[in-house]
Design a protein around this ligand. Sequence first.
Ligand SMILES: CC(C)(COP(=O)(O)OP(=O)(O)OC[C@H]1O[C@@H](n2cnc3c(N)ncnc32)[C@H](O)[C@@H]1OP(=O)(O)O)[C@@H](O)C(=O)NCCC(=O)NCCS
Length: 171
Amino acid sequence: MTLTIRKAELKDAAQIAKMHVETWQIAYRGHIPEDYLNKLSVEERTQKWIGILSSQKNKNLTFLALDENEVLGFCSVGPTEDKRLSKITGELHALYVHPSKHRQGLGSALMKTGVDKLIKQGFKKAIVWVLKSNKSALQFYETAGWKADGKNRKDKRGKVTLEDIRLGMDL
Ligand SMILES: CC(C)(COP(=O)(O)OP(=O)(O)OC[C@H]1O[C@@H](n2cnc3c(N)ncnc32)[C@H](O)[C@@H]1OP(=O)(O)O)[C@@H](O)C(=O)NCCC(=O)NCCS
């Protein structure tokens, strides 16, 4: 594997969407209702990514991990969407590695790229929301120094409500 990490571009939208949907369908089975996972659509997700990548500027950025031209993972960072938190707090909005490539250091490499970007942008703290039942992701973050800060939320996606917990770290 020849790993490259670079900023995502508009032309990557369809590949990111395919990887995103596959990762949800494999990694989140047992955590999220089957029906919801089965209905995820690469086409709809591609349109969402086209929107995200078209408005990608300054602080909201997505980085990709690639082997040659194949997208193996991505990480999105930017200011937190929680307006109650001070402007010094950045957020890891998403971090996904294709399940066929787990435990090979890609998640750590992507997280480091995202966190380094937040530091460069002047953020002093970072948060990430994680599905409460997602023990492997929680282990991953805890190993990297993130800690649960006691905040929970319910994330409504259509008929499905997911329970997330928040982790944070000082940068
Ligand atoms: C969480 C995720 C990004 C981790 O990516 P990864 O590339 O597998 O992680 P790394 O190989 O960099 O792991 C680094 C360390 O984290 C810990 N870790 C990672 N996955 C773990 C798991 N399933 N169980 C326990 N510890 C784990 C280990 O200490 C690991 O080091 P080691 O492999 O030398 O023991 C990946 O599992 C993933 O995409 N999961 C599905 C989507 C998801 O849950 N995303 C997070 C949403 S908030």
